[in-house]
Design a protein around this ligand. Structure first.
Ligand SMILES: [Zn+2]
Length: 439
């Protein structure tokens, strides 16, 4: 039965539902009530629904919000500080010294806000983050109105935030307690990587994740060096070691997974973990090409991420979606690998599933929460529009993203940020530039 009233009615030339790959509804409207999608119907039939606000998007496409499945938001403040270096030169001589001097609560808060403004403007509604000073990330997420997964980094060595693995864990749990009632904020356990975390700590993380019902977010098999180093130190490949430690479950979001054997692809699919594929970062750091087609063919859940702005350097999920489709073709020599509709599903529903939100967001369906975005295709760059699915992936740029809603609340309206103040953010970024340059 159709509702007679809704809070917001959105009408669009096209709706990409992501319920079925490539499904597009033409001239349809979506009715939203209390943050949920309560009806999807032809616009001609929507006149009977009274709404507090009717947004007629005209020649635009409405689709689910993009889910950034792997990022380090506040590294925006280190964007462009050092590029075109080897990974170890970049980390040892540039990134880690700068982090050591500057990363504190205020750095993480300002950097996260800047990242979220950028992410909202490219249609991102959810960020799966991993960093330090978790309260600052959570506060930024609440200010921005994004769904924010606050990944609590766990390492064996000290940083500005904590001294050792137990200290990282206890601080993470204490900060998490303060945000337990916040619907849009979820804390996750983020053991950094197999080469920075011990067996003992991984075991603690697995137990804690079970007890507290938390997701685990970890960098895995990012580079060939990491895999070789793991074999030297532990006499087995990192993924085999993590399997033995009990990490490989649907709770795990494995970032990167670039270097995988056929058996490891099958293992990932069989254990139901999710993979965050980061095409730009993998290219910029020359990490390699992840076997995304093989993972998808094996039935693994693969989403997309930007990684941090220091290794990308854009937090542009539309760009990652395009690159995921292109890189899969280059990697396999097969132009049919990762078609546009698959790339869109990776950027939306697959990301939502990885985060346990697959039944609540990630597609346009009655009953789901209204995490939606609109992209304006009435531009010379996307004319003529035969197939909006193709245009969103291969032709549209993030400047064409016009509206963003999270649970029905607008974060971007007609290209303008609603929750964040761009001028204020530019001022904060300039202050940090001066501080970082003067050490
Ligand atoms: Zn990362």
């Amino acid at each position: 039965m159709l509702p007679t009233h809704c809070d917001t009615l959105i009408s669009a030339r096209w709706i990409i539902t992501v319920e079925h790959d490539g499904e597009v509804l033409e001239n349809h409207s979506v009715a939203i009530e209390k943050g949920h999608i309560v009806a999807i119907l032809p616009t001609a039939a929507a006149a009977g629904i009274a709404s507090d606000e009717h947004i007629d998007l005209g020649q635009q496409v409405l689709m689910p919000g993009l889910v950034n499945l792997h990022g380090h938001s506040s590294m925006t403040l280190l964007r462009g500080l050092a590029d075109d270096k080897t990974l170890m030169d970049w980390l040892n001589n540039h990134i880690w010294p700068a982090e050591g001097r500057h990363v504190r609560d205020d750095f993480v808060f300002d950097g996260s806000l800047l990242a979220m403004a950028e992410m909202i403007r490219c249609g991102t509604t959810t960020i799966n983050d991993m960093y330090f000073f978790h309260g600052a990330v959570a506060r930024a997420g609440l200010a921005a109105g994004m769904r924010t997964f606050v990944g609590c980094s766990i390492l064996e060595f000290p940083t500005n935030y904590a001294n050792n693995a137990d200290d990282y864990i206890s601080k993470a749990l204490a900060e998490r307690r303060e945000y337990l009632g916040e619907e849009l904020v979820t804390f996750t356990l983020a053991p950094h990587a197999p080469y920075t975390v011990s067996d003992d700590t991984f075991r603690k993380v697995v137990t804690l994740a079970e007890e507290e019902d938390m997701l685990i977010h970890c960098h895995i098999h990012e580079t060939a060096d990491e895999v070789e180093g793991g074999v030297r130190e532990h006499h087995q490949r990192p993924l085999a070691r993590l399997k033995a430690l009990g990490l490989l479950t649907p709770r795990l979001i494995a970032a990167h997974m670039v270097h995988l054997s056929e058996e490891e692809v099958a293992l990932a699919a069989r254990h139901g973990l999710s993979i965050a594929h980061n095409p730009s970062s993998n290219m910029k750091l020359a990490s390699g090409i992840a076997p995304v087609k093989a993972l998808l063919d094996a039935g693994a859940n693969v989403g997309l991420g930007t990684d941090g702005a220091a290794s990308n350097n854009k937090l542009d999920m539309l760009a990652e979606t395009r690159l995921a489709a292109l890189l899969a073709k280059v990697g396999t020599g097969d132009p049919t690998a990762v078609p546009a509709a698959t790339a869109i599903r990776m950027a939306t529903l697959n990301g939502a599933r990885a985060l346990g939100l697959g039944e609540r967001t990630g597609s346009v369906r009655v009953g789901k929460e209204a995490d939606l975005i609109a992209i304006d295709l009435a531009r010379v760059e996307t004319a003529p529009a035969f197939d909006p699915v193709s245009h969103v992936v291969y032709a549209a740029g993030r400047e064409q993203v016009s509206h963003v809603w999270v649970k029905g609340r607008p974060l971007l309206k007609a290209h303008r940020l609603v929750t964040l103040d761009e001028q204020d953010l530019l001022g904060r970024a300039e202050d940090w530039r001066n501080r970082i340059l003067s050490h």
